[in-house]
Design a protein around this ligand. Structure first.
Ligand code: FAD
Length: 395
């Protein structure tokens, strides 16, 4: 396969514009096709940790990411009457180490600014991919003529369209972790500031946080269930109904949050799922970010994997004259890092939503002792190790 000079990227979320930035710096042309009518702003808070902080710095974005940080520094676990049962700095939950938190939409805005030389096609999607000619991939669009590209990148998230077109349906690649997550903007009726409050009943978590960067507060609902159902594929109205059935009457502010979620403009609901694949490329089609290796929100590492993956893929494409060798090198470098960060999520649900009242009490006791454990150097090092688990060669 010859070198890559002209790339189509499906998805202008995190991984897509980050890749476009690096491609343009390496002199490779990038076109982004995004199904949404415009770049999405707002949204929930995401983390940049470890190696991803270095990538943001090499992109020249670190100061702007710091300036847009959410400013959430404290978390507290409350009981049904709102009394604090455990309080801790958020850095402890993130495993300490190098970490920055930013609203996903703010980061998308910064990444789009950093990839302003790319061509953006909003409100469109890839409809078909044809690799029969061998030396190019012909992409057809829903709203434009088919065009040949040297490479097509699926950076279109957990439910990737490019993955479906090149690798087939999602089902064999899904790894259900045993829960459903919902997040939505609601009113800040508690007057929170730079704080997240968490409330548990067995197998359920209700969270509320506020950042001065956005209007209102973000409500998070997480619940565990051993079996996957089709609830994530139902309509938002049916998903809300499901949440009412699971959470109504749970205590604390839950009923109020449920009622505010009814009119939320950005209601999100999905299963807690990872993507696990034996290979991330097929000919001239390659997957990046959540499309390739979604670690699930339980890892807190999806954004970092997307940013680092974009950096590594662009670097390998620029440094090799053969596309197949570049894609193999990208996968070889990224796989151990992606695997280490997917592994973080295994304990995530059990920690955030313990199954029993006893488990909730034990988890709270652990959180209360976390500052002391840190002082004694006894905090678990799994997360800080995973977020640094890749060598970034010089750009
Ligand atoms: C509730 C929640 C909390 C999270 N918390 C964290 C956290 O704390 N820390 C963290 O690091 N990560 C977190 N994540 C994960 C993080 O948001 C993702 O891992 C990250 O956004 C992945 O980036 P991506 O670019 O691969 O995919 P996405 O950000 O999902 O972007 C995909 C883009 O592709 C577009 N698209 C989809 N389909 C098509 C199509 N057919 N054609 C064209 N475009 C398409 C989408 O509109 C979107 O713009 C969280 C996720 C959720 C849901």
């Amino acid at each position: 396969m010859t070198a890559v000079r002209n790339v189509l990227i499906s998805g202008a979320g995190i991984a897509g514009p980050a890749l476009a930035h690096w491609l343009q710096r390496h002199g490779i042309r990038a076109t982004l096709v995004e199904k949404a009518p415009e770049a999405r702003t707002g949204g929930y808070a995401v983390d940049l940790r470890g190696a991803a902080v270095d990538v943001a710095e090499r992109m020249g974005l670190l100061d702007r990411v710091r300036a847009a940080a959410t400013g959430i520094t404290r978390a507290s676990v409350v009981d049904a009457r709102g009394r604090t049962r455990a309080g801790f700095p958020t850095g402890l939950a993130a495993g300490e180490g190098r970490s920055l938190e930013i609203l996903r939409g703010d980061l998308v805005g910064l990444l789009h600014d950093a990839a302003d030389a790319a061509e953006y096609r909003y409100g469109d999607a890839v409809a078909a991919l044809d690799q029969s000619s061998g030396d190019a991939v012909l992409a057809s669009f829903q709203g434009a003529e088919a065009e040949p590209y040297d490479l097509v990148v699926g950076a279109d998230g957990l439910h990737s369209n490019v993955r479906a077109l090149a690798f087939g349906p999602e089902r064999p690649y899904r790894r259900f972790l045993g829960g459903y997550v919902s997040i939505a903007t609601v009113g800040d009726h508690l007057g929170l500031s730079g704080e997240v409050r968490l409330f548990n009943t067995p197998g359920r978590l209700v969270g509320l946080y506020r950042t001065p960067r956005a209007e209102g507060a973000k409500a998070l609902l997480l619940h565990r269930t051993p079996h996957e159902t089709d609830v994530d594929r139902r309509t938002p109205a049916e998903q809300r109904e499901h949440l009412r059935a699971v959470f109504a009457g749970a205590g604390w502010e839950t009923d109020r949050i449920l009622s505010m979620m009814e009119d939320s403009p950005d209601f999100y609901f999905d299963s807690v799922t990872q993507i696990a694949m034996d290979g991330w490329s097929r000919g001239r089609v390659v997957l990046l970010g959540d499309a390739a290796h979604c670690p699930s929100p339980m890892s807190g590492q999806g954004t970092s994997l997307a940013l680092v993956g974009a950096y590594v893929l662009a670097q390998e494409l620029a440094r090799r004259t053969d596309a197949a060798t570049a894609l193999a090198a990208y996968e070889r470098r990224m796989r151990p890092y992606a695997a280490a960060n997917q592994a973080i999520a295994d304990d995530g649900l059990a920690f955030l939503a313990p199954r029993t009242g006893f488990g909730i009490g034990a988890r709270n006791a652990l959180l209360r002792s976390a500052p002391l454990l840190k002082l004694l150097g006894r905090l678990d090092r799994k997360v800080p190790r995973a977020v640094e688990a890749i060598e970034l060669d010089t750009p």
